[in-house]
Design a protein around this ligand. Sequence first.
Ligand code: ZN
Length: 248
Amino acid sequence: MYFLLGFIMSSSCLAFIGSPYGFGLGSNWLLYIGVPLIIAFWAQIRVSSAFSRWSKVRTSGNITGAECAREILQAAQINDVEVLETNDFLGDHYDPTKKQLHLSSNVYNTPSVAALGIAAHESGHAIQHARAYAPLKARMAIVPVTMIASQMLPFIIIGGLFFRITGLITVGIWCYLILLAFQLITLPVEFDASRRAKIILREMGMIQPGEEAAGVNKVLNAAAWTYIAAFVAALGNLLWLMSIRDRR
Ligand SMILES: [Zn+2]
C-alpha cells in the first residue's frame, strides 16, 4: 500500500506535463487518470482511518504484532524468517529474497486489533513463500522486469510526448502492460494473505469473535482496496497512453 500514491502521482504528473502538447487534461485524462486517482485517494483514506481506529483497540490476548507474527511462523514450522521492526509508517512487508518480515513500529510494539491483523497478513506472505504458493512465485519472478519498466517509463513517456516519437510511446505501452501484469498478479497474493490471516488469528485464539474479528476484517479489507486501486491506476495509465498513440 505504501508505494501506491507515489506511483499514481507520478503518472498523473506525466499526464499533466503532456497537457500543453495536447495529450493532457481532456476527457481521456479525466477518465483514465482522474478517476483512478480519486479511487486511490479514497482507498488511502479508508486504510489510514481503519488503521488509526483499530490501532486504539487492544486485543484481549494482549500480545504485540511482533509476538503474533513469531507465534504464527512457529506454528507454521517456519524457523528461518526474521521478524524485524521498521520505522516506515505502514511500511509493513515481507521480503522473500531475504526471508525478513518487516513490521512498522506501530504494529511491532502494539497489542492492537490493527497490529495483529497486519502482522498476521505479513506472516501469511511468509507462509505462502514457504508453501511455494504459485501466484507469489509468479509475482517474485516478474519483480526485476517490473523494476526496469517503472524506471524506464518517465524517460520513455517524456521522450515520446515532447519529441513526438511514436515508437517510444509503443515502448511505454509495453512497460505499462508489464506493470498491469504485476498489479494483477499482486491481487491473489494479497487476498490470499488476508484470507490466511483471518483464519489463523481465529484458530490460534489471538483474536476473539465479535468486535475484534470485525476490526481485523475492516483493516484488511481496507488494505485490499489499495491493491485494487493500484490495478485500476495501472489500467488507466495503459489506456491513456494507448489513446495518445491512437490520436497520432
Ligand atoms: Zn500483503
